[in-house]
Design a protein around this ligand. Sequence first.
Ligand code: SF4
Length: 411
Amino acid sequence: MNTPIDEVRAFLPDGAPLERSLEGASAPVRAILDRSLNRGEVGVDEVPLLLRLDGDDLRALVATADHVRREDVGDEVTYVVNRNINFTNICFVNCQFCAFKRQRWEDDAYDHEIDAILAKVDEAVSRGATEVCMQGGINPQMGAFHYRDVLVAIKTAFPQIHMHAFSPMEILYGSRRTNMSFEDYLTMLRDAGLGSVPGTAAEILDDEIREILSHKKVDVETWVDIISTAHRVGIPTTSTIMYGHVENLDHIAAHLGLLRTMQRETKGFTEFVPLRFIYENTILYQRGLVKPTPQGTPDLRMYATCRLFFRGDIDNLQTSWVKLGHELSALTLAAGVNDFGGTLMEESISREAGADAGEYTTAEEIEALIRSMGRTPRQRTTLYGTPDAAPLASSSGPASEDATAGSTLGA
Ligand code: SF4
């Protein structure tokens, strides 16, 4: 029986000219692919069709995405040496897809003191990290200015580290706690050393879907307001989607369309990261609201479609080794992907939900995976520049046995 990986391999480019793949496509699919190859736009209404493709049509889609990636961003595959720090797992929001959150009275609830956070940053810096990715639960007992105070403490001790931190849900919470507008709050964080914001807490940007996923979560209008405000005050963000749960293909299309519209207005997204829903330990799955998420070919369709959909708007398409595992994430490099994400060093969000890809992928491992696909690895900074002294992270084991982090909290 074919595994999901075998199925994916059957759809990857085989070195034949692109034209040969295109010849196998049906006329409606060929029209979309030809238009994209000529830098025309893939319509929102065409996304569901692309996300259903199979056989020769899917082979043509993947080959086209690979070709477009090569034309637009070349053969390099970037990655960042970073460390996740999830400073607390205490959270009152109760997202139905989250297996990370704890109530404060639970035995394994935690809220790291600043000294413990600084020790983790110190360890990350000593391993060559250029970025700390920091997100946490929404802790009802948090001090109003806690996020700012943590930033100030880290940037005072480690001014060289890029702080990629605080999801839009945390920004919403922080601005409410301080009674500050989003603009004033984000400006304060920027001035305290915030370098960029994860475009997480996006899930699917549709309020009916969000009501099922988490009725206390930041709504679509507010998410857009926070991200647009961040861009306006000079804080870039990533962009994400969490797919494979209760949404349908029209929801995915509308989500991608909204992000593309935002990007055309603000130019503030650095990358797009499709994140497959990890279902195993979630309430959604336990209550029978979602079925086991199919793996492999649906991921391939998603990555290839996104490369074409965001052509000319978002150049960087990041795979997720945490969600897909090493082998499948490496294969997505042949479907339009040009970024491998980060080393992470700690990961617990996806692990607690049931992912088994591990918590730390060293720079050497990432480079080997990239080379295995015939591509050239390049270490980058968070904002896709070149690190001053591009050191490889140490290849010795996980950074800490206290595994408490993940870059995809809230998505
Ligand atoms: S995803 Fe974030 S906001 Fe939602 S329950 Fe988990 S920790 Fe809380």
